[in-house]
Design a protein around this ligand. Structure first.
Ligand code: ZN
Length: 325
């Protein structure tokens, strides 16, 4: 797939979350939102985590990588950003780590379903989850369960940031720019972070640790699951010990080797891709349009028509079809 290149200013002038810039839904009033919905009904939902990232990056680092990329894309395209999903889902080996806050997957998926329902009810019916913290085993479950519950037209996508970055996030032996394979809060991740949020980056106190698993490398994928090893990182239990025991620093890899300049292609790539995804959605289904109702659902047509019209246009709210629990 050809992804058109855009010009990006790096580092971005990020940090719009409490500014009157009409980027985040949370900062907009109802008049502004109604005007936005006339022009653009795509919403990006940045996802990250509250997680120990060692000394060089903050606890909310994954969120800031996602939000800063999404802010760039929103400025370029005119779409809207949801406030980010801070507290998230974690694999079991993250348990107990100082400054990790794992949310049970059932609660996490229920939370995401409630957000999707509210966004749909507010006419943001084209949603793109943008995650730098994986959650690739939980977010799509929430999406599919949401659709099976409501059976209404919508376009909802989950974008796994490292997967899009692909070789631009790999080590030199595998065609990428970094000295070491991606793990966690390591050379590659801290390079990306330092590129996007130098205002909250402290490379002078970065640490190095050496990643290890029990089986030889080649079975279970490395961070970001970009090496296409047979078993993705979240598809195992017991190939590595608890992070709090093996990596109490919170860094898994060589954060001291991070070089934000090396992350420029990775950041450009994911930002370019999100612009393309946004543009392709709106080209195929312009503002207010969705995939054909009769192809998306076999619900009663009068019921569907009422919720599709929604609360601002003489119809009914989506919760009449059920509560998203
Ligand atoms: Zn991270």
């Amino acid at each position: 797939m050809d992804i058109p290149r855009n010009e990006w200013k790096l580092p971005p002038e990020g940090g719009h979350m409490d500014k009157d810039h009409q980027i985040y839904l949370s900062t907009m009033n109802s008049k502004q939102v109604k005007e936005r919905l006339e022009k653009n009904d795509v919403i990006l939902i940045p996802m990250g985590s509250m997680e120990n990232h060692g000394q060089s990056g903050p606890v909310g680092q994954d969120v800031f990588i996602s939000t800063r990329i999404c802010e760039m894309v929103a400025q370029k395209t005119g779409c809207t950003l949801s406030p980010p999903i801070y507290y998230g889902s974690h694999p079991g080996y993250h348990l107990g780590q100082f400054l990790n806050f794992p949310v049970p997957d059932e609660a996490f998926c229920a939370y995401l379903r409630a957000i999707m329902t509210g966004l749909w009810n507010s006419y943001f019916r084209k949603m793109i989850f943008v995650s730098l913290h994986g959650q690739e085993y939980s977010t799509p479950v929430a999406m599919q369960e949401w659709y099976k519950k409501y059976q209404v037209p919508a376009m909802i996508f989950y974008v796994d940031v490292p997967r899009v970055m692909a070789e631009t996030l790999k080590d030199t032996k595998n065609g990428g720019p970094f000295n070491n394979p991606m793990q966690h809060a390591c050379e590659a991740e801290q390079s990306v972070y330092g590129n996007l949020a130098p205002d909250m980056y402290h490379p002078e106190i970065a640490e190095n640790t050496d990643p290890k698993g029990y089986l030889p490398y080649g079975h279970v994928d490395r961070g970001g699951d970009i090496y296409m090893y047979p078993i993705p990182g979240h598809c195992q239990v017991g190939n590595c010990g608890l992070e709090v025991v093996n990596f109490p620093e919170g860094t898994v890899g060589h954060a001291k080797e991070a070089d934000p300049q090396k992350a420029v292609p990775a950041v450009n790539r994911v930002a370019d891709y999100l612009v393309k995804l946004h543009n392709d959605i709106l080209e195929k289904f312009p503002v207010g349009k969705l995939p054909p109702t009769r192809e998306m659902s076999q619900r009663d047509s009068a019921e569907l028509e009422a919720v599709m019209k929604g609360v601002l246009k003489g119809g009914r709210h989506i919760y009449t079809l059920g509560w998203p629990c």
